[in-house]
Structures are given as structure tokens and as C-alpha cells.
Design a protein around this ligand. Structure first.
Ligand code: NAD
Length: 507
């Protein structure tokens, strides 16, 4: 997808007395409060001199109900193919099964790998306990458990695959460091749970350490996600830019937005290599739809991020400074609370009018935004993606296999299962080395206190012999003959001589 390059090329070929070339963007008004806050946002952007050519598309509830399970039709993809920029109001996901998350589909289809969420306090004009808070969360947007690959394998056990790739880690981490450099930020903090998930979260942290070494002028540190989230709720002032994995970032950014003042104020940018989507972080708020009381600020500030992304910095600064001046002036919708709010709350339309009336003004107490110090920004995603290094192939040796069984004998005795497995595989040059249940070793030398489900991981090793998938198939055939129900296998590899799988206790 090309992002505005045609507009730039055309500029030279037109007479200077014509209207300036407008940048085409795709706009969806969404559901619930979406149309109201989009209307307010577009009015303000237009009044500020933003040069936008709007392609309006329909997404969301009506599209879902027309039978398109993704909530997004072909004409929307065609528009995004043309524009590469999506300003999107929140949508309502219909209740009931069969509907896919439109946001997850859009992010993954368009390769929007970085979700950038600035969380800024506007004290004392918006109530917060953290007046100095100014954190940007950069969340990995495509991988992790959000791959949405889930299976039920036994009566008792379901699973969700957590997929993490090296290039996926590298480009979002590079994006976070580039963002820090470009926006005059001092520190990038990584958050993972690598003490438990040593391969998946461990890879994210390892790549973070590698990339951090290339940015000696930016400080870097790491928190385990649980204590990191606690610190974000308690002392968010200690953070500057935070980069983290998809699920952690989803939760952490809502915590950060809430402690900054309100989720209703927070914008987000979903950045890809050639495409970007801008939206508020809140939902479609059906409880207040159509009442002219919704706060348009989250979507408006997403619009500011979009203008900066498009290089329309003057318009971005005009909108942002007018909004800051309005907030400082006590202009507020009913969800905004501040010590200086003596005036009654106003509605969505009046809020937009008040911001438009202040275009050209700058705030007096809150820091004004400028090109040199943009308070909220979103870099394009091409450079970080281009800088991702190819992954060197490793020497890969198959050394064994984990076979997962659905086994529901009355006593669920691991010793009995081990006997069956050994008898079934006796003629094969492989050895049963371990059985675990939900990751806890139950054979050999398990403990009778350990609770066992009907889902067993049975590890077979090659015992010094060469191993290949033919052996795995022979083993599965032998287990099948023995009446054992293998529900899946995971091959055990060594990469460059090192085990590339989690070790069982005692191995
Ligand atoms: P919500 O964010 O829509 O609302 C939560 C609460 O915050 C409500 O009380 C609401 O009135 C209030 N609120 C939200 N935005 C506000 C605003 N701009 N001004 C004033 N008050 C505001 O969350 P929800 O109720 O859990 O979800 C409603 C619908 O939105 C669901 O269908 C959900 O799937 C969808 N949703 C969409 C998106 C998106 O499109 N990006 C994101 C989240 C939720």
C-alpha cells in the first residue's frame, strides 16, 4: 500500500493557485457514539486546516449483521489499499458466537505491528493522582495469544497457542527505540514474564537487549510484567516509553490511560509498514449513544497523531493546542473531572465548537505542543520494519518428541500410564523419559498430591540414536495400536546444539 506518495508527486505538476493537494484517508463512523465523536473530530480537523480527502466506509454492527463475520467488507480493504490511512470510530461487536474481532482482523490483515498509546496527565484540569505522568506504551499488535489459535483436546483441557517470532519482536522493539529518539524520550522499558516463559517472553527480552545495545543514548531497563504493572498503577512517573507483548500491552495501556485521568481521553495509533489506523481506545459506549454527551477527545487526539503521521504538523499543533487551551479553560464533557471545573459539563457538539473557537490559541499552563516537542506523535512504521535483520538459520536436530494423550483411566495413575507407554513403544529405539500433567512432572517420581487432568504430556527421547519424523509416525502408530489417544505432538529440537524446548523438572 502506498501512503500519500501520489499526492506528493502530484504537487509539482499543478498550478500554484489551485487548492493544495489533500491527502486521502479512509474514515469509518462506527457504532454507538462513533458517529457523534467522528463528526466532532472531523469538524475540528477541517477547521484547523487539515488537508484531508475523506473516503467514508461502513464497518461494524450493520456489516456483521448483514452476514460478513469479520464486520468489514471488500470495499473497505480497497479503500485502505488506496489511502493507507484509517481514522476509525469505535464499533459494537454483536453478542453471540461467530463474529470475529474487527480490530484484531484489521491489525493483522494490514500488518499494523505497533500499537502506540500515549497516556498523558492533564492535571489539575483532569483529575489524576499522577500529575507528571507522560508515558507512551508501544504494544506488539499481531502475535502472542492474539494469534487466536485455540483447541479443545480432551474433555477437561483447552489450549491457546502463544506464538512469538523474532522479526515480530524486533520490529516493534526497534519502533519503540526509534520513537524514543525521534520524540526526545530518554528511556525505553521492556516488560515480559521471561522468568516463567523462557522461550517466548525470553525471546522478546533477548531481542530487546540486542536492539537496546544499538541505542546507547537511550536508557533501557526491564521489569517482570506483574511488578511493572503494579508500578504503572502506583508510580507511573518513573516510566517514559514502554514496549511490551500483545496481551500485557493490552492490559497495561488501559491501566496507564485510566491512572493518567480517563480512558475517554486516550488515543491510539496502530502502525504498520505502509498503513496505519488511528482510533480512541474506548468502545462504542452504547449506554450514552445519541445523547450528545460523549467525549470526542480520544478520537480527536488520535486525529492529531494521524496528522503528525501524515506530516501535517501545523494542523496537528493547532488542533492539539486548541484542545489543551479548551481543557485548561474548564471546557469539559461530563466524564472529565478536574479541580478547576466550576462550569457545568457541555455536550459533544458544544465541546467541538469550544475547541474550534480556540484554534490559534496555545495553553498557558499545560505544555504547548510544537514541531520540536510534539506531545503526542506516531512515527511511520517503514524504517523499523526495514531494519529488521534476517534470522540466521540454526543447525537443527530432532532429539525427541512430546506426545500429548487424552487418557482418562479411573485412577489416573501415572505409573500405570508409563507402563502402557513403555509396553507400546518397546520395539522402537526410543525411551520414555518423563510424563507431566499441566506441566508438572508426575512420572518418574511424581507425588500423589499432584492433581491430574485427562491431558498428559509424554516425552520420548532418541536415546543417542538419530531421530526423524518417521520415528514419530512409528511411535504414533504403536500408541494407536495400544489404544492410546494421541491428541497432538510437539517435536523436540536442538538448535545449534542447545535444547529448544522447555525442560521438565529434573531433566
Ligand atoms: P466502552 O469503552 O464503550 O464504555 C465503557 C464506559 O465508558 C461506559 O460507561 C461509557 O459510557 C463510557 N465511555 C466510553 N467512551 C466514552 C466517551 N468518549 N465519552 C464518555 N463516556 C465514555 O466499553 P464497553 O461498554 O465495554 O463496550 C461497548 C462496545 O464497544 C462493545 O460492543 C465492545 O465490543 C466495543 N468496543 C469497541 C472498541 C473499538 O472499536 N476500538 C474498543 C473497545 C470496545
Amino acid at each position: 500500500m502506498q501512503n500519500n506518495s501520489s499526492a506528493v508527486q502530484l504537487e509539482d505538476s499543478i498550478p500554484s493557485n489551485t487548492d493544495p493537494i489533500r491527502t486521502a484517508i479512509t474514515v469509518a463512523r462506527g457504532d454507538g457514539i462513533g458517529p457523534e465523536i467522528m463528526d466532532a473530530t472531523l469538524r475540528i480537523l477541517e477547521a484547523a486546516g487539515a488537508e484531508l480527502e475523506i473516503e467514508e466506509v461502513a464497518i461494524g454492527e450493520a456489516v456483521y449483521k448483514s452476514g460478513i463475520t469479520s464486520g468489514i467488507g471488500e470495499e473497505v480493504w480497497a479503500s485502505l489499499e488506496r489511502t493507507g490511512v484509517f481514522l476509525k470510530a469505535p464499533i459494537t461487536t454483536p453478542q453471540g458466537g461467530g463474529y470475529k474481532s474487527l480490530n484484531v482482523t484489521t491489525r493483522k490483515t494490514l500488518g499494523l505491528y505497533a500499537n502506540v498509546r500515549p497516556c498523558v496527565a492533564y492535571a489539575p484540569f483532569v483529575r489524576t493522582k499522577h500529575a507528571g505522568m507522560d508515558v507512551v506504551i508501544v504494544r506488539e499488535n499481531e502475535e502472542d495469544t492474539y494469534a487466536g489459535i485455540e483447541h479443545q483436546q480432551t474433555d477437561e483441557v483447552v489450549q491457546c497457542l502463544k506464538l512469538v517470532s523474532r522479526p515480530g519482536c524486533e520490529r516493534v522493539i526497534r519502533y519503540a527505540f526509534d520513537y524514543a529518539v525521534r520524540n526526545g524520550r530518554k528511556k525505553v522499558t521492556c516488560m515480559t514474564k521471561d522468568n516463567i516463559m523462557k522461550l517466548t517472553d525470553g525471546m522478546f527480552r533477548k531481542v530487546f537487549d540486542e536492539v537496546a545495545a544499538e541505542y546507547p543514548d537511550i536508557q533501557s531497563d526491564h521489569f517482570i510484567i506483574d511488578i511493572g504493572a503494579a508500578r504503572m498503577a502506583d508510580t507511573p512517573e518513573q516510566f517514559d516509553v514502554v514496549v511490551t507483548m500483545n496481551l500485557y500491552g493490552d492490559i497495561l495501556s488501559d491501566i496507564a490511560a485510566q491512572v493518567a485521568g480517563s480512558v475517554g481521553l486516550a488515543p491510539s495509533a496502530n502502525i504498520g509498514k505502509t498503513c496505519a489506523m488511528f482510533e480512541a481506545i474506548h468502545g462504542s459506549a452504547p449506554d450514552i449513544a445519541g445523547q450528545d454527551i460523549a467525549n470526542p477527545s480520544g478520537l480527536l487526539l488520535a486525529g492529531v497523531m494521524m496528522l503528525r503521521h501524515l506530516g501535517q504538523h501545523d494542523a496537528a499543533a493547532r488542533v492539539h493546542n486548541a484542545w489543551l487551551a479548551a481543557v485548561e479553560g474548564g471546557i469539559h464533557t461530563s466524564d472529565m473531572r478536574g479541580e478547576h471545573h466550576n462550569e457545568p459539563a457541555i455536550g459533544t457538539v458544544a465541546f467541538a465548537d469550544a475547541v474550534i473557537a480556540r484554534l490559534g490559541q496555545a495553553p498557558k499552563q499545560l505544555p504547548a505542543t510544537s514541531d520540536a516537542a510534539p506531545a503526542i506523535d506516531s512515527d511511520p512504521g517503514q524504517a523499523a520494519d526495514d531494519a529488521v535483520r534476517p534470522t540466521e538459520p540454526a543447525a537443527k536436530t530432532l532429539v525427541g518428541v512430546d506426545v500429548f494423550l487424552h487418557w482418562n483411566a479411573d485412577d489416573r495413575n501415572p505409573d500405570t500410564l508409563a507402563e502402557k507407554l513403555r509396553a507400546a513403544s518397546a520395539k522402537l529405539p526410543i525411551e520414555l523419559t518423563m510424563i507431566t500433567n499441566r506441566g508438572v512432572k508426575v512420572w518418574p517420581a511424581g507425588r500423589s498430591e499432584t492433581f491430574c487432568t485427562d491431558h498428559w504430556r509424554c516425552r520420548f527421547k532418541a536415546g543417542g540414536e538419530s531421530f526423524d519424523n518417521g520415528r514419530v509416525i512409528a511411535l504414533l502408530a504403536a500408541l494407536n495400536v495400544a489404544g492410546l489417544d494421541a491428541v497432538k505432538t510437539e517435536n523436540l529440537y536442538e538448535l545449534d546444539g542447545k535444547p529448544a524446548y522447555s525442560m521438565g523438572q529434573g531433566e
